[in-house]
Write a protein that binds this ligand. Structure first.
Ligand code: NAD
Length: 551
């Protein structure tokens, strides 16, 4: 029987598969489970509550075995973390096709999902966990940095200096919040009920210090705020208890958000439950646990609304906490907006989103060389320059060295082609895997997050991510995934992802040009269709064809 063991992707140029496209999928699957990268690798959980890279260890072994022998004209099919077939295709076809956590509409809820999961029939793929392009907390760092920069621009004169941000959740994604706030020169007070999460963020330099108590945390926060000194503070506790208390005591908070794993009520600690008992209680009494978690989320959200009423900038950070609070009967849960309509939608209209790449060589110098190439390629883009410089100085790599930056339509293909040339010339030690989050401009339907409050009311239309996956298959991506329930939970999202490998060949260059044009192109056409002016001008300026506008 195969079972838990430490997994680490091989480095260097020696292949254990029959080509770099397959080798890349193999290394990125292994990298997702590297203990440096994954939150709970022994359970195959990468991040985001229970987001997994493989259904079970037998499936993981079978995928590794199959990828090692997969030919250049074959495609491995993965059904919710288990390899179920190998088909003969052709060299332009993806080497891996992945469908994770998909359920038919009327059955698309956590109860049914868990019943099927217990039968061993499915797994939760989150977004980049089951599609093998998670790169650790950096993956969300730039998006989080941009979001807080947008908050600063909207309300605080362009900087968070002299402000205090209150948030919770220091997990795989939420752990980016403290660094994103301090990169914007603000003070972050971050609550988590898991001491390990706090320690891990300090270890990886995403979080500065841990406070001993709420009073200590507030004292540190106020001192730093008054000195306009960036500082991030971790505080152990339950957010559903601490936020109402802080509100009642008039804590001087300017911005409030949250990234606990609220999308999955079994991953949110209810008030009155010890953190050490959480896992066994959730496993033994899921219905009871869910009820109590939702009640706690209602108290948590009520306090967030209270801070909003008191004048703070408050937003939902894409974890569905408003939806869960409403299920518990809290009527004002949706009084504050989600972060996409509040700050990100204009970027999506330009096809911008979380472009990322990982160095399969394992060498940090490959990423530093690509950083330099990005600065040369986009000399006018000041915020990109600022980000790349800060990331170079402050981001600690987890697993294979990787970089993320938000790029738009007409930019991603240029970067990808340059990277492929750098592999071809030998400037880089080995190929790169180029991918993105599923949280992107044209790849997701998620009415509580990416598609909240669309101009034409098309929030729940899920044809777009399906078209996105098909376009990426047709354009030559190396692997393509189509998931349900990522980010916001079962029944609330459908989303697609792609990864394309720059192996330095001419063929890879052709694929990269198409994929990295058409993939963000989906974001442009999706937003043109919904009636956004910015998307219309991007389409007109960049020659994105929209048949309904051509007549
Ligand atoms: P995670 O499971 O790795 O971490 C969640 C953290 O919340 C854990 O450390 C846990 O201890 C803590 N927590 C749970 N209940 C708590 C409570 N009552 N009080 C204090 N802390 C509590 O998850 P993650 O990957 O960090 O993702 C967090 C959430 O953010 C998820 O819902 C995810 O879907 C969402 N998300 C948002 C974005 C975005 O761009 N906005 C991106 C990815 C994920």
């Amino acid at each position: 029987m195969s079972g838990p063991r430490p997994v680490r992707a091989p480095r260097g140029t020696e292949l254990s598969a029959l080509g770099w496209q397959q080798e890349a999928a193999l290394r990125m699957l292994q990298n997702n489970l590297d203990p440096e990268v994954a939150e709970h690798p022994d359970k195959l959980v990468v991040y985001g509550g229970t987001g997994k890279a493989a259904r079970d260890w037998r499936s993981f072994d079978a995928m590794v075995r199959t990828l090692r022998t997969l030919k250049q004209d074959e495609t491995m099919l993965v059904q919710s973390g288990r390899p179920v077939g190998v088909m003969q295709t052709h060299e332009w076809a993806p080497r891996v096709l992945i469908a994770n956590s998909n359920l038919v509409g009327d059955w698309a809820n956590w109860e049914e999902f868990r019943r099927l999961e217990a039968l061993g029939l499915t797994m939760y793929g989150q977004m980049t966990a089951g599609s093998w392009i998670y790169i650790g907390t950096q993956g969300i760092l730039q998006g989080t940095y941009e979001t807080f920069a947008a908050v600063a621009a909207k309300k605080f004169g362009g900087t968070l200096a002299g402000t205090i941000t209150l948030t919770a959740g220091l997990g795989g994604m939420g752990g980016a919040q403290p660094l994103a706030v301090t990169m914007n020169d603000g003070v972050a007070l971050c609550i988590d009920c898991d001491p390990r999460a706090i320690e891990r963020r300090i270890e990886h330099r995403f979080l500065d210090v841990r406070a001993d108590s709420l009073e200590h945390a507030l004292q540190l926060a106020v001192e730093a705020r008054d000195a306009r000194r960036p500082l991030s503070i971790g505080l152990l506790g339950n957010a559903a208890e601490l936020l109402p208390r802080m509100l009642a005591e008039g804590a001087p908070v300017d911005i409030v958000t949250d990234q606990t794993s609220a999308h999955d009520p079994l991953a949110y600690l209810p008030v009155g439950v010890d953190f050490d008992d959480m896992a066994s209680y959730a496993a033994e009494k899921p219905a009871d646990f869910t009820l109590r978690a939702r009640e706690s989320m209602a108290a948590h959200v009520e306090a967030m609304v209270g801070f909003m009423d008191a004048g703070a900038e408050v937003f939902d950070y894409g974890n569905s906490i408003r939806g869960e609070a409403r299920l518990a009967g809290y009527a004002r849960a949706f009084d504050f907006p989600g972060f996409v309509p509040a700050y990100i939608r204009p970027l999506f209209c330009e096809g911008k989103g979380p472009f990322r790449w990982a160095a399969l060589s394992g060498e940090a110098s490959d990423i530093h060389k690509t950083d330099k190439a990005m600065l040369e390629l986009f000399p006018q883009n000041e915020s990109l320059h600022r980000w790349i410089r800060m990331a170079g100085e402050r981001v600690h790599f987890q697993g294979l060295p990787a970089r993320i930056c938000w790029l738009g339509y007409g930019e991603r293909d240029k970067a990808g082609e340059r990277f492929n040339d750098m592999v071809a010339s030998g400037e880089l030690a080995a190929p790169l895997a180029i991918g993105r989050d599923h949280l992107d401009c044209g790849s997701v339907a998620s009415p509580y997050r990416e598609t909240e409050a669309m101009l034409d009311g098309s929030d729940a239309i899920a044809d777009w991510p399906l078209l996105n996956a098909m376009v990426n298959v047709a354009s030559g991506a190396s692997w393509v995934s189509l998931h349900h329930g990522g980010g916001v939970g079962m029944g609330r999202s459908i989303h697609a992802g792609q990864v394309t490998v720059a192996d330095g060949t001419k063929l890879a260059g052709e694929k990269i040009r198409r994929v990295l044009t058409n993939d963000p192109g989906m974001g442009v056409v999706r937003h043109v269709d919904a009636g956004y002016d910015i998307a219309e001008s991007v389409a007109a300026d960049q020659g994105v064809r929209v048949p309904m506008a051509e007549g």
